[in-house]
Design a protein around this ligand. Structure first.
Ligand code: FO1
Length: 310
């Protein structure tokens, strides 16, 4: 069945889960160039003086076909000689920077220092990797997510997520985003969209940082329908701490909890086969993307469903 061709699809995405669905969309849409992915930058940080944007890189590497297939982040076939050398000097080198991956951070750091916007930097890097869709950072200014934990006090995101393997208990999330706003490019993309998707990313860690800087208000006055994809299967995250954090913040760690969290921001939700939610419009599908064909299949099912009513 030929898919109704949406003129322009905008997807809000975080890391690995968002990148996988974006990849599926690129593979199943008639024209991948009509896809824009707005990506969380709350996980960004400076490390060894390098400007690192993990979610932007994960989406870019995935859509460029060069992402590490096991981890989802980093580059396929990358090496760790630099990390080994850092450790030889006694550095604990807790963040897994690959040798080829560093090229991305070097250019991003250099271009930021030259006054180039993160939006333009992302365009240049994506073009270099032949990415067929448009990848936009949610903002051009830093908006770091800080994790207030019970056991270790306030942690910058990557210390919580990578150094401490997201084990500390979260007391609250803090988004250091005063005076940070959606970029004009992202705002224009949302306004022009005839379908908006919230990818199966962590609602609290990956999607809320986007909503929190002004996208919630933009979605509240959206013209296009907005569909979320649950990142949980049977109350468990496919990858990462989504269910753990929802429970720690007294939310129901289930597809229904996700639907409630997004509330009126969404017109429909895609949930795992066999599950149910209070929302009227729900599509049951196998939302586990085990491999690349799964990604394209799920994206196709979502677009076909949306084509009927969105
Ligand atoms: N995640 C890890 O769990 N361990 C790592 O060592 C790690 C290194 C890393 C390097 C570059 C990059 O772009 C991402 C990296 N990630 C790593 C993933 C990243 O921390 C998370 O995927 C996001 O920030 C959360 O979505």
């Amino acid at each position: 069945m030929a898919l109704r061709a949406f003129r322009s699809v905008v997807a809000l995405a975080g890391g690995v889960g968002g990148a996988k669905l974006a990849d599926g969309l690129v593979r199943s849409m008639n024209k991948p160039s009509t896809l824009t992915v707005i990506v969380n930058t709350g996980d960004d940080f400076r490390h060894y003086g390098l400007a690192i944007s993990p979610d932007l890189d994960t989406v870019m590497y995935t859509l460029g076909g060069v992402a590490n297939v096991v981890n989802g982040w980093g580059l396929e076939g990358d090496t760790t000689q630099m990390l080994a050398m850092l450790r030889r000097y006694g550095d604990d080198a807790w963040f897994g920077l690959g040798d080829k991956d560093v090229a991305t951070h070097l250019l991003r750091t250099q271009w930021l220092a030259a006054g180039v916007s993160l939006t333009e930097i992302t365009r240049r890097l994506s073009a270099g990797l032949g990415v067929p869709a448009t990848i936009l950072p949610m903002a051009d200014q830093p908006a770091p997510t800080m994790i207030h934990t019970v056991e270790r006090g306030v942690l910058p995101f990557q210390e919580y997520f990578v150094r401490y393997h997201w084990q500390p208990t979260i007391a609250r999330l803090e988004f250091l985003n005063a005076d940070v706003h959606p970029t004009p490019e992202a705002e224009a993309a949302l306004a022009a969209a005839d379908l908006i998707l919230i990818c199966p990313s962590n609602p609290l860690l990956s999607v809320e940082p986007i909503l929190n800087i002004g996208y919630r208000a933009l979605l509240e006055k959206r013209k296009a329908r907005c569909i979320a994809v649950s990142p949980l299967i049977d109350g468990q995250a496919v990858k990462g701490p989504a269910a753990k954090i929802m429970a720690e913040l007294d939310m129901e760690p289930s597809a229904n909890g996700v639907a409630r969290y997004y509330g009126d921001l969404i017109d429909g939700i895609v949930i795992q086969t066999g599950e149910s939610v209070d929302m009227a419009r729900a599509l049951n599908a196998d939302i586990l993307m085990r491999d690349i064909p799964d990604r394209a299949r799920l994206a196709y099912e979502i677009l076909a469903w949306a084509g009927k009513w969105a």
